[in-house]
Design a protein around this ligand. Structure first.
Ligand code: SF4
Ligand code: SF4
Length: 390
């Protein structure tokens, strides 16, 4: 098999625990990994790419913590560059609603982080075409034009994933790509496409947020892992292998890491900071073939669908909007006292109708804050992607 020589010979991977707080740990791990100045160099912009895949808070282990982003933004500014956040959630979620649920706008405003709202549908004005040599399936894709002269800081979460088994740094870059490219990745085969994408977009720094992390049926509704760790490095594959070590996962059990090892070769790395060894033995998600097939099918069907509907609509958003799929809340009339706590907890307007006790699935973003807020256990969660309910 031909090896593509793309990885540096030896990476320095810094590992630190977050016992003294995520922010302090973030500053420490950046220093241990070589400091921010060597990342920013003379770039005017540093692109911060968190994992904001959906409106599930960092406390659930689904998304990148604000404390990590805050520390990174401070370090970037201290090096004379502007921190710019760029992230589009999964296609089945609305970007603005996700930002509202997570409080992204307010957080960024308070912390001097500009939000880059690139056209998620891939309009030419915002995107630069990439055709990395050695790509096998995803031969052409795009990154935002403004990233051309920027440095790229990837801030994924250490968690499992019902489709790709684990999502770490190699997969997190997907949120930078426009939706049509993500559709190609799913249609052509997600595992090889992740490897191909990493041939074209390489982070200058990666800090994996394992302050909580998620185990089991991640990336949204798995079990909180409470790992209390951050992992930083420069080589995505090396960082992901180091993460696997911390949670007892064999990298070759993760299809895209297996392909990356075969095609890019095994990277070498040194660990600095702490090396805690196994923090928690992770359980990978159950392989649900039917679920994976249906999830995959939404993407090829999206090609004809988008030709018929208005720009910005996708087959999966319409499908989730029917209320027939997805981990969605449902109110059990018999248990409900009409207290209104679910409506108060919902960050979006007019999603729950207290009179009819119906949820509007067209606008519901499946954050499950209503489910958590209900004192009467009157909300159940329907769906197939694994939430454990008491
Ligand atoms: S109805 Fe519930 S799950 Fe849907 S957006 Fe509101 S709080 Fe989140
Ligand atoms: S919080 Fe529970 S009991 Fe109260 S209105 Fe909502 S569903 Fe009904």
């Amino acid at each position: 098999m031909t090896m593509v020589a793309t990885q540096p010979l030896t990476d320095t991977i810094a590992i630190t625990r977050t016992f003294d707080g995520i922010e302090a740990a973030a500053h420490r791990v950046i220093a241990q990994a070589g400091g921010m100045a060597s990342v920013v160099k003379d770039a005017r912009i540093a692109v911060l790419k968190p994992n904001f895949v959906a409106g599930r808070s960092a406390e659930t282990g689904s998304t990148t913590s604000f404390a990590l982003l805050k520390a990174v933004a401070e370090e970037v500014r201290a090096c004379g560059a502007e921190p710019v956040l760029c992230e589009t959630p999964g296609t089945e979620f609305d970007r603005e609603a996700t930002y509202t649920i997570l409080g992204v706008e307010k957080f960024c405003e308070e912390n001097g982080i500009r939000i880059a709202r690139v056209d998620p549908e891939g309009g030419e004005q915002d995107w630069l075409e990439l055709k990395p040599s050695g790509a096998k399936r995803l031969r052409t894709f795009h990154k935002p034009k403004f990233m051309q002269d920027a440095c790229y800081i990837n801030l994924p979460v250490l968690k499992t994933h019902v489709v790709s088994a684990m999502t770490l740094s190699m997969k997190n870059t997907m949120g930078i790509l426009p939706r049509p490219d993500r559709r190609s990745m799913h249609t052509f085969g997600i595992d090889q496409s992740i490897v191909d994408m990493n041939l074209g977009i390489k982070p200058d720094l990666i800090i994996v947020d394992g302050s909580v992390g998620q185990d089991g049926e991640g990336p949204l509704y798995g079990d909180k892992a409470d790992l209390e760790v951050l992992i930083a490095g420069h080589n995505s594959l090396a960082v992901d292998l180091a993460c696997c070590d911390l949670v007892g996962i064999k990298p070759r059990d993760i299809p895209h890491l297996k392909l990356a090892l075969e095609q890019l070769g095994e990277p070498a790395w040194n660990v600095v900071g702490e090396n805690p060894g196994l923090i928690k033995q992770f359980r990978l998600p159950e392989q649900k073939k039917l679920y994976r097939f249906i999830f995959w099918l939404m993407y090829p069907l999206d090609y004809p669908y988008t030709m018929l509907v208005e720009r910005g609509k996708h087959f999966c958003t319409t499908l989730y909007g029917t209320g027939l799929v997805g981990n969605r809340p449902q109110i059990k009339e018999a248990n409900c006292t009409h207290c209104g706590k679910c409506v108060e907890a919902c960050p979006l307007p007019n999603v729950i109708n207290l009179q009819t006790l119906k949820v509007n699935y067209k606008t519901c973003q499946r954050c499950l804050l209503c489910f958590e807020a209900c004192p009467e256990n009157a909300i159940s969660v329907k769906g197939y992607s694994g939430l454990r309910q008491a």
